[in-house]
Design a protein around this ligand. Structure first.
Ligand code: SF4
Length: 183
């Protein structure tokens, strides 16, 4: 797309902020801007960012450049989200994904991590509802909690402690996790 002069060279396809699940969100923390909302599920682009993204021509708005992009490369390449691993750019107006199952899985894993840390179903549901409002671009929502990168490091430790993933996820999602680990 850059060679066809459809994406700006300084952006490539990194002109969006991907969701970063809580157990990986502490990686690259020094690059994270206020365009991300720190939630207990992970780093989620703000509603105002989502709205700007939706009305922009993909690959052409420098204001949307990913926090982790350094004009050439991804600063968190080994830990980049599945959306970045499975995305194939085909044109300026649509984003085609091989499959969204890995993105859904990352959100699901982040939920399991919260349960592992002792959060209640009601608390986790609050996070899911808030996440859905943000990615819908609903600017009327406000996150009432303070989350920092120490919390995300605790999430990472909780993730590593979980041994019974198959029980948490069920057979289909567990198989998806095994594939996700190989992306
Ligand atoms: S996380 Fe890395 S690969 Fe993904 S959009 Fe950002 S800079 Fe690009």
């Amino acid at each position: 797309m850059v060679k066809q002069q459809k994406f700006l060279k300084q952006l490539k396809c990194c002109s969006f902020l991907p969701f970063r699940p809580n157990f990986l969100a502490s990686i690259g923390s020094k690059h994270v801007s206020t365009r991300y909302i720190k939630t207990r599920l992970g780093l989620v682009p703000s509603a105002s960012y989502v709205k700007l993204f939706l009305k922009s021509e993909y690959g052409n708005n420098p204001d949307l450049v990913c926090d982790y992009f350094d004009c050439e490369n991804c600063r968190i390449w080994p830990y980049r989200p599945s959306v970045c691993r499975t995305y194939f750019c085909t044109n300026q107006t649509s984003m085609n994904f091989k499959d969204t199952k890995f993105q859904n899985l990352e959100n699901h894993l982040a939920q399991v991590v919260l349960f592992q840390m002792g959060f209640t179903l009601k608390e986790v549901q609050y996070e899911i509802d808030f996440y859905n409002k943000l990615i819908d671009g609903d600017e009327s929502v406000c996150y009432a909690l303070e989350v920092d990168f120490d919390f995300y490091e605790q999430c990472h430790l909780a993730y590593l402690e979980i041994e019974n993933w198959a029980q948490w996820l069920g057979p289909d999602n567990y198989n998806t996790k095994l594939q996700w680990e190989q992306l």
